[in-house]
Design a protein around this ligand. Structure first.
Ligand code: TXA
Ligand code: MG
Length: 362
């Protein structure tokens, strides 16, 4: 459920961010670990807290479209259309950067990722920072997901607390993130937009906003293997950490199994936690319903657990990370995720995260 920020905490957050500190803030996708995007010392703290490799670029969050030109240049018309259609919201645009944008933000590339988040608390913080900034200098908050590098993104303040609580200056509790998986990232640096990371704004949503005589959006072409190959070779011009094959992964070994093999697979194991959109046929499993917030559920260790996931893709994305965090606490030998529709643009963002969660760790 959504929680608002008190005036006192808003002032505290602004003070910390303005003086070079780092604050975990709720956004509609996942919690972000925010710092002043113009302050290199503050930005270094993000990398240190997350243990994130220094060459992974950060998304800059801005308050409104008027600030776009401060950060980006040569913005194509279609990018303006996308911005009008989907901001504030779960979409990041990769654009040619302005010269002053710091290398630590861009990973040394000539592009910058920009997003206007929709969450009312993220909005309030960005608006307050804009109001208190001196002169014409536009503001921006660099914010990667507020998790240690390689782990599942947080969708509740308690996820951030458990992972990074002692490494950051403040965590603002805004309730559960409504979208639940990270933003759709769109490369806007050539004639045709291209999806770099699928999310809950789908290819179809995007194509509807583009001119009917345009070529439309280029869908993402990666499979978990090819994106790893891309990263291993030095030929990739874009570093999208979301493209690492093993990313967003629970600590427990995780596998993705097709629906028709699920029961068979489970019956060969004694100890597991399943995430499935169907009710179990197997007896003896302890059933959890993903519609019940995990804060109301006591995770007792049981050998066979079954988390009933929503049928609808929006509801599924909303609870996915919460349930993966929860499943991790059950200390099973394996987390078994029942596969979701393949080659279906509504499920593309979710399936991308499932492939990453279940990719063998190196
Ligand atoms: O929903 C989201 O996007 C969340 C919330 C907090 O806004 N943020 C997020 O940040 O997921 P992060 O750092 O965990 O993932 C951002 C992705 C990374 O994979 C990064 O490599 C990519 O965006 N990225 C950022 N700037 C880029 C650029 N200039 N070119 C290519 N990829 C970029
Ligand atoms: Mg992340």
């Amino acid at each position: 459920m959504y929680r608002d920020i008190s005036k006192k905490q808003l002032i505290q957050a602004i003070e910390i961010l303005s003086s070079g500190g780092i604050v975990a803030i709720p956004t509609e996708t996942v919690y972000g670990l925010a710092a002043d995007a113009t302050n290199p010392t503050a930005l270094k703290k993000i990398f240190a807290a997350k243990n994130r490799p220094a060459d992974h670029p950060l998304i800059v969050h801005i308050a409104n479209v008027d600030q776009l030109a401060y950060w980006a240049q040569e913005i194509p018309d279609y990018a303006h259309k996308l911005a009008t259609a989907f901001w504030p919201g779960p979409m990041t645009l990769i654009l040619r950067k302005q010269d002053h944008v710091l290398d630590i933000i861009t990973g040394g590339q000539n592009t910058v990722g920009l997003r206007i988040p929709q969450h009312p608390i993220a909005q309030k913080i960005l608006q307050s920072l804009s109001a208190s900034s001196t002169g014409n200098q536009a503001i921006g908050l660099a914010a990667p997901s507020a998790n240690s590098f390689g782990q599942i993104s947080p969708t509740l303040a308690k996820h951030v607390q458990q992972d990074l609580g002692n490494k950051i200056d403040l965590i603002i509790d805004g309730g559960i993130c409504s979208v639940g998986i990270e933003s759709t990232i769109i490369d806007c640096t050539s004639d045709q937009p291209k999806i770099l990371r699928p999310g809950m704004i789908s290819e179809e949503d995007i194509n509807k906003t583009l001119d009917s005589n345009s070529q439309g959006i280029l869908p993402i072409t990666h499979t978990s293997n090819t994106s790893q190959d891309l990263l291993d070779s030095n030929t990739t011009p874009l570093r999208v950490s979301g493209c690492l094959a093993s990313h967003y992964a629970p600590k427990t070994q995780t596998v993705l199994i097709s629906a028709n093999q699920l029961e068979n697979y489970c019956s060969s194991l004694n100890n597991y936690t399943v995430l499935s959109r169907h009710k179990p046929k197997l007896k003896k499993v302890k059933l959890y319903d993903s519609r019940l917030p995990t804060s109301f559920v006591n995770p007792t260790e049981h050998p066979q657990n079954w988390i009933l996931m929503p049928e609808d893709h929006h509801a599924y994305a909303h609870s996915l990370y919460e349930q993966l965090h929860f499943a991790d606490q059950l200390n099973s030998q394996q987390i078994i995720i029942e596969d979701v529709p393949e080659n279906n643009m509504h499920w593309a963002g979710i399936r991308d995260r499932l492939l990453k969660a279940s990719h063998p760790k190196n």
